[in-house]
Design a protein. Structure first.
Length: 319
């Protein structure tokens, strides 16, 4: 029987649904956190021996691979009284591990294994925005500054409001049973005045007055798009992730213009991505703005309300 390797997380429900759609036609190895390790790599044979819990598996026996999210376990740990030396050693081991992962993904390519997703670290928001510009997509006016004076001047010269958000992933912290989430926020003059003269370099963008926003799941040159009418609710107007369960946003299936699909497809190819959740918005002039792509973003929120059955389409790619 064909064997499929899926790297995921135990809390990811979308992985469960994809597996259900495989209808027992695959021998599926689902590796969640710390389930899968690299035991050895034979460079000449281009073969990896994985350890999945107590079982050893050869990459030669894997016929399809899906990197959904999560990571491979590694066992390196250091106990050293010299924290500076410990940091340097960890930094070196991290770079060594990244090279191993690059070769790990290349082996599947070389052996023509069906694959989806990318385990490798991908460019984040700043590089994504530049790639989007290169293919002709609009992006909001964006800048990074660490100066209060510079920020005040830019706000004064900006026609619209400013927003701020994380440069890489949105921060998420939990301590003392308290969870803190980082959202996109409006930048008021009062907030700027409260800042010190200099601060950590932060990302700011011009706030676009949106007609609606789009969540688009991309799967190998196919687009599954949904319009979200979030602008009429103050709670979700700036960041749809601040979801209002008492007043859900209206969502509908959406057909992207062909010209936007062509640019997005070129963007995803240039980024080396075959799947991803793309965020865009449409302003009151019906202009489309690219915001970002999450290579491992959720797609159930698009699949279910729009009846796209994306999970079934992913299963087809693995069978």
């Amino acid at each position: 029987m064909k064997t499929t390797l899926i790297i995921s997380e135990d809390i990811d429900a979308s992985t469960n649904t994809v597996i259900d759609w495989c209808f027992n036609s695959l021998n599926i190895i689902r590796a969640n956190k710390n389930d899968l390790k690299i035991a050895s790599i034979d460079y000449q044979k281009e073969e990896i021996i994985f350890q999945f819990r107590e079982e050893f598996i050869s990459s030669k026996n894997i016929t399809s691979f899906w990197y959904r999210r999560g990571y491979l376990a590694n066992d390196y740990s250091i106990n050293n009284n010299n924290k500076d030396l410990e940091y340097l050693i960890y930094s070196h081991l991290d770079s060594e591990w990244i090279e191993i992962i690059r070769f790990f993904t290349q082996i599947f390519v070389n052996n023509k294994v069906k694959s989806l997703g990318s385990y490798q670290v991908k460019d984040q928001k700043l590089a994504q925005l530049k790639h989007a510009q290169k293919v002709g997509l609009r992006i909001p006016k964006t800048f990074i500054t660490s100066s209060k004076e510079d920020l005040l001047l830019r706000k004064k010269n900006c026609d619209n409001n400013l927003i701020t958000k994380g440069i890489s992933a949105s921060p998420s912290f939990t301590f003392d049973n308290i969870s803190l989430e980082g959202y996109t926020e409006l930048v008021s003059s009062e907030f700027i005045q409260s800042l010190p003269d200099t601060f950590f370099p932060s990302l700011f963008q011009e706030s676009i007055e949106k007609l609606y926003e789009l969540r688009i799941f991309y799967l190998k040159e196919k687009f599954y798009s949904m319009a979200i009418f979030s602008q009429n609710n103050l709670q979700t107007k700036i960041d749809v992730r601040k979801y209002d369960d008492s007043k859900p946003n209206r969502t509908v299936p959406y057909q992207l213009p062909k010209s936007i699909e062509e640019k997005l497809n070129k963007f995803m190819v240039n980024m080396g991505l075959d799947t991803g959740s793309i965020d865009m918005l449409v302003d009151r002039n019906n202009d489309f703005y690219f915001l970002e792509v999450n290579p491992n973003g959720q797609f159930g929120m698009v699949s279910t309300p729009c009846n796209y059955y994306i999970e079934r389409e992913i299963a087809k790619e693995l069978i």
